[in-house]
Design a protein around this ligand. Structure first.
Ligand code: AHR
Length: 522
């Protein structure tokens, strides 16, 4: 008897017989028991007014020599289009609860101080219309967070009217005068941010009372968003890490709601940060940091399970999504960069971390229907780094691209023995695996090898599935701390990988410290 890891519903450990041959593990695919749809919104992005996340990273201005369309840099837009970003969360973060949108529209922008992030001067050059232009250029959806901490219901509802009302209304006319006659589409509305912390340090009950009023009065007037799939999703502030107070408080309020308000999502913020303040380096780290960070990130599985169990009590039909709208590794700021700008490098280790989190979100697809990595450009676990005209794609970006088949795929349960990888006192699973059928019906397998030393031979039992070809991409690197730089941008990039198909088994030689996404084709 071997310990098996069953992935398909939530994380579950069951004792099942397994035939291990020379392979390190056997993955059996239960294609006849399809699971939930893996919502493409788990690949959402987060762009806060923080450091060079917006200014420099997205916005360079119309007169910049850096190629741009209406001030928005074209290289970044092209990179984001290539990974089919489903939504971008903006303007924060802690910034959102001190953001006053009227400073960022029209001809006369008012500069303010970004008190949360290094006291930088916020020119408000990039405001609502520039953000919505950016959303349109990327071809994504807007996730706008309104100011609950230091703003008013009136301010938030006027903002919604500015963005979505008919141009015959005063708010719509102002938008039209600023260049946009048609209402904008706002797919997601964040009602506050971390109101248990930087967003006002409120008790859950106090926040729940505010939530009811914001949820009612921040109306979306866009005629195309009144019914069906287009209806705006309201995301309430929820828990952080293992703290369940907001999960209980906000879900209890939702369960007792009447006709006058509701919400469609509950946020979870959960960073991978083994020690606070974040002090582990993003480059030149050793295996100790590698194992500790991955061990820490795997807590996401238990956190989601715990918050989901509470949500199930109040919402057994799973009407409210759990939206992990801030996640990722938070490391020491790169030496020499401005304090408070949260700039860090991004390594092969961080790509593995991203893949593990996507696999966890997929296993909880019935409840986790959105997530936003923190953050998109130049901040924390960035997908893209820029420096003036230069741009580099990080290993985390490449994982997003490799995982494109997961967008709106159907989860297919798998069973396997993950084995173990040890370092010092730490024990981690060696292998992780998720299977899915993409929207075109193609079967895919995502495999992660956490072991930094040993390649693994993975046997995939595909008997009865008529698989004749197994091919995809693998991301690995010489070292777990390998990075892409402006000078050497392709040190960590995906390469082709094939599996050997014999009878009803596909055998994959999975390199040490790697992520692979493989199509299993007839
Ligand atoms: O992503 C950086 C910060 O982390 C966000 O502004 C805040 O919401 C969280 O604490």
């Amino acid at each position: 008897m071997k310990m098996m890891f069953a992935a398909g519903t939530a994380l579950a450990l069951t004792l099942m017989p397994v035939a291990l041959q020379a392979q390190d593990t056997t993955v059996s695919i239960q294609a006849d028991k399809p699971g939930a749809t893996i919502n493409r919104q788990i690949f959402g992005q987060f762009a806060e007014h923080l450091g060079t996340g917006i200014y420099g990273g997205v916005w360079v201005g119309k007169d910049s020599p850096i190629p741009n369309v209406r001030g928005i840099r074209s290289d970044v837009v092209a990179a984001l289009k290539a990974i089919k970003v489903p939504n971008i969360r903006w303007p924060g973060g802690c910034f959102a609860d001190e953001y006053h949108w009227k400073n960022g529209i029209g001809a006369n922008r008012r500069a303010t101080v970004n008190a949360n992030w290094g006291g930088a001067i916020e020119p408000n050059t990039f405001g609502t219309d520039e953000f919505m232009d950016f959303v349109g250029q990327v071809g994504t959806e807007a996730f706008v967070s309104v100011n609950v901490g230091s703003g008013t219901f009136e301010e938030a509802s006027e903002w919604m009217a500015y963005m979505t009302a008919d141009q015959r209304s005063a708010a719509g006319a102002e938008r039209a005068a600023n260049g946009r006659a048609e209402p904008w589409k706002i797919k997601f509305l964040g009602i506050g941010n971390e109101t248990w912390g930087c967003g006002g340090n409120m008790r859950p009950e106090h926040y729940a009372d505010l939530l009811k009023r914001f949820a009612r009065f921040t109306r979306n007037y866009n005629p195309a968003q009144q019914t069906g799939d287009g209806v705006m999703q309201r995301i309430a502030v929820g828990p952080t890490d293992d703290d369940t107070a907001y999960t209980e408080g906000v879900m209890k309020a939702w369960a007792g709601r009447d006709w006058s308000w509701s919400m469609e999502g509950l946020s979870l913020h959960s960073y991978t940060v083994p020690q606070w303040p974040p002090s582990l380096p993003s480059t030149e780290f050793g295996e100790g940091d590698y194992a500790l960070i991955l061990k820490t990130t795997l807590k996401m599985e238990g956190r989601i399970a715990a918050h989901s169990a509470i949500m199930d009590r109040y919402d057994p039909k799973k009407e409210v999504a759990l939206v992990v709208d801030e996640w990722g590794v938070w490391l020491r700021e790169t030496p020499g960069t401005p304090s408070g700008f949260l700039q860090q490098q991004n390594s092969m280790r961080d790509a593995i971390l991203a893949a593990l989190n996507f696999n966890i979100f997929a296993r909880h697809a019935d409840r986790v229907r959105g997530a936003n990595i923190a953050q998109m450009v130049n901040v924390l676990q960035a997908l893209i780094l820029t420096d003036g005209p230069k741009m580099v794609l990080t290993p985390t970006y490449h994982v997003h691209k490799m995982y494109l088949p997961m967008q709106d795929a159907t989860l297919i349960p798998v069973r396997f023995d993950p084995g173990t990888y040890h370092h010092g006192d730490l024990t981690l699973p060696a292998i992780d695996a998720v299977a899915m059928r993409d929207t075109g019906g193609r079967l895919w397998l995502s495999l992660v090898n956490l072991d930094p030393h040993k390649a693994k031979e993975v046997a995939v039992d595909v008997s009865g599935l008529n698989v004749k070809r197994a091919a995809g991409e693998v991301l690995t690197a010489p070292n777990v701390n390998s990075i892409n730089t402006f000078d050497v941008p392709n040190a960590v990039v995906p390469k082709p990988i094939t599996g050997t198909v014999r009878g009803g088994t596909v055998t994959v030689a999975l390199p040490a410290k790697s992520v692979a996404v493989i199509a299993l084709d007839p």
